[in-house]
Every structure is written in C-alpha cells, then in structure tokens.
Design a protein around this ligand. Structure first.
Ligand code: PGA
Length: 253
C-alpha cells in the first residue's frame, strides 16, 4: 500500500501571523510516522513564512491553486515557478470551490496540471459530483468526464507524480461526509479507470478522500484500502484534530 497522505486545505483562512501560530502548534503535536505523509496548504501569502517553520520537519508544503502559464500578463495570478521557488511540493487543483465559485473548466484545470508537473510540482487533482448529479445516478459519468478531461495528455510517468482526491461536492463543508462504502465505491471506479487508461498498477494510484473528514470519522474511512489519505478542510484549522487525523492514518493505528 502506498504511504497515506493527509493534506490540510486551509482555504482562505489565517493571516500570516495566524498561519505561523497554527503551524507551530501542528509541529509541536505531530509525531511523524513512516506510513503517513503530512502536508499543509496555507493561503499563498503565508507560504513563505510557513515553509520557514517547516524546514526541520517532514511536513510538506502545498499551494491551493496555480496559474496554467509560467509567466506573462495575467494580473493576480501565481505561476508554477513562483510556487516551486517558495518550496511547494504539492498544488491542489480543480477544487470544487475553484470549479463552481470561480468557473474553472476542466480544460483550464488540465492546463494547470501540465504546467505544475513541468515545474516539478505534484498536482492533487480534485474531482467530485454535486448532490443533484448523485441523486440522478450520474456520479460515475461525472467522475469519468472530470478524470478524462483533467488528465488529458498525461503520460503514465506523470501519473506517478499526481494524487487524485475524490471530493463529493455535497460533502464539502457540510458536516455530511460520504460513508466509507460510498467513498470506496467511487475510489474503486477511479482506480480501475486510471489503471486501465494508463496501464498502471492500480495499487500505485493514490486517491485521497475529501469532504467533512474529522477526527471522529477518519478512522472508519481509513478502514478502506481504497482510501489512501484525506484532504481535510475545516478540521485542519484545529491543530489537535488535524494531527489526530494524521495519527489515525498510520497504517498500524
Ligand atoms: P471540509 O473541506 O473538510 O471542510 O469539508 C474539504 C475540502 O474542501 O477540501
């Protein structure tokens, strides 16, 4: 089984000084485990100061978004080389808030995936259906569509540097996480589709679950071998619950 990965998506929370305080608490509480990788995705403006505090720890730095172009007249955008120089290891792409609140298309997300990989940043590509899509039995077709478009043009070796995150939109920030059976079923479909499409060993494909993961439900979710970790929103803003989730992800926990 690949290492479990737990990523904290801080979204638009924490100023620089608040971010420093949170990461100090996380570092103090966290006992690294060889079977788990921990990463934090603070807002862009806090990346540098958080990274400075991470240098003596195994915790990795992630960004929440990136531009699909390396430089140019793109006011307000942040490029892959900028993130790379800041010390980012991962970049979250295609988050449902980017798709639905900011109108990011699968095509734009695919461009970002390529640009990130070219710069040595590992994308965490988020996919997931909305409630009305699940209720009208479209979950699998929506997921397949997002996968095919989001991963278009990638080679098998690129997939080794990419992590997928299944985040049902109806579970994000609602307190209503998917059940372990619901998540496992979709993870299994994603895994076999990517393994077949790119001729990969299914066990090498990393798929995180995201959507209302808490220290209370993480253990049940991690019982599924389909779930290779979690993308955590609200619960990652509390150092104790975030570290608890990481502890529960340890393969012998
Ligand atoms: P949540 O967010 O844990 O608050 O549901 C998850 C996410 O948006 O990645």
């Amino acid at each position: 089984m690949p290492k479990r990965i737990i990523v904290g998506n801080w979204k638009m929370h924490k100023t620089i000084s608040q971010a420093e305080a949170l990461i100090r608490q996380i570092i103090e509480l966290y006992q690294p485990d060889p079977s788990v990788e921990l990463a934090v995705a603070p807002p862009f403006v806090a990346l540098e100061s958080v990274n400075r505090l991470l240098t003596t720890t195994p915790i990795k730095l992630a960004a929440q978004n990136v531009c699909g172009k390396n430089e140019g007249a793109f006011t307000g955008e942040i490029s892959p080389p900028m993130l790379q120089e800041l010390g980012c290891h991962y970049v979250i792409l295609g988050h449902s808030e980017r798709r639905h609140l900011f109108g990011e298309t699968d095509q734009a997300i695919n461009e970002k995936v390529h640009a990130a990989l070219q710069q040595g940043l590992q994308p965490i590509l988020c996919i997931g259906e909305r409630l009305e899509e699940r209720e009208s039995d479209q979950t699998h077709s929506v997921i397949q569509h997002q996968l095919q478009r989001g991963l278009a043009g990638l080679e098998a070796k690129d997939l080794e540097n990419l992590t997928l995150a299944y985040e049902p939109v109806w579970a994000i920030g609602t307190g209503k996480a998917a059940t372990v059976d619901q998540a496992s079923e979709v993870h299994s479909a994603i895994r076999s589709s990517v393994a077949t499409g790119w001729k990969l060993n299914p066990e090498h494909i990393r798929i995180l679950y995201g959507g209302s993961v808490t220290a209370d439900n993480a253990q049940t979710l991690f019982q599924s071998p389909q779930i290779n970790g979690a993308l955590v929103g609200k619960a990652c803003l509390n150092s104790e619950s975030f570290v608890k989730i990481a502890q529960l992800a340890a393969l012998d926990s």
